[in-house]
Ligand binder design. Structure first.
Ligand SMILES: [Zn+2]
Ligand SMILES: [Zn+2]
Length: 237
């Protein structure tokens, strides 16, 4: 396999991981509190690689939760456009962006770092490998995001019949916990989406290293009840 493809795949997976852990569980749903240094590192990485600010991503995602599967949902596959949701995450995000408060202007730092990184990769690998890397990254990252949004609202079990989305347990592993999409809509602030959630051991390890503080550790908080409820409800037959 060309080195560009390997690096593109690794970059797509790592960026999907940062999106899920920081933008989704932390910023959009407050499942944990990050150490300020970790928040700065993950937020900086997301701005440089994805090209937008994580707070805007989280705000658009909250629109999805608020209006899921209605005409105001930024990316519902149930409104006659499953392929657009599967392949057009970037387009649908750009369309929804004006509906949320604009993120704070942060200057050209992310753009400068991005240009420097591309120049470094071109110098190290050559332009062809960098083009392959860019293409594989784009298809991989947007493919994971699109699959979560499309499949999670079309197929599977519905342990929570009154809320949107479906659960397909085995998909939780490749989709970073989102196989339990119906359970996620039922308990969006849960630290753990279900028994096969691959992000959960990572969050536990980060908590043990004091990189994050899991909300479930705060006795008596609403988030604690949410975590407990999610763990038990997703285990229903
Ligand atoms: Zn959803
Ligand atoms: Zn969510």
């Amino acid at each position: 396999m060309p080195i560009g493809a390997v690096l593109g795949l690794a970059s797509a997976l790592f960026t999907a991981l940062v999106t899920e852990v920081y933008c989704h569980r932390c910023l959009a749903h407050h499942a944990f509190r990050p150490h300020p240094a970790l928040a700065a590192a993950l937020g900086g990485y997301f701005r440089v690689v994805v090209g937008t600010d994580p707070e805007t991503w989280a705000a658009v995602h909250r629109l999805h939760h608020r209006y899921a599967d209605t005409p105001l949902d930024p990316h519902s596959p149930r409104l006659g456009r499953p392929f657009t949701v599967l392949a057009g995450s970037a387009y649908l995000f750009a369309k929804a962006r004006p509906r949320v408060p604009a993120g704070r202007p942060r200057g050209p730092a992310a753009l400068i770092v991005r240009v420097m990184l591309v120049a470094l990769y071109v110098a190290l690998l050559g332009p062809v490998q960098v083009l392959i890397m860019f293409a594989v990254h784009l298809v991989g990252y947007l493919g994971i995001m699109g699959t979560v949004n499309a499949v999670g609202h079309l197929y599977g079990r519905k342990p929570h019949p009154d809320v949107p989305g479906y659960d397909i347990a085995w998909l939780a592993i490749p989709l970073l916990g989102h196989g339990y999409h119906n359970s996620h809509h039922a308990h969006p602030a849960a630290c753990r989406t279900g028994p096969l959630d691959p992000i959960w051991p990572l969050l536990r390890a980060m908590a043990a290293l004091r990189m994050i503080e899991l909300e479930e550790r705060r006795a008596g908080s609403a988030a604690a009840a949410c975590c407990d409820a999610s763990a038990s409800l997703v285990a229903r037959p």
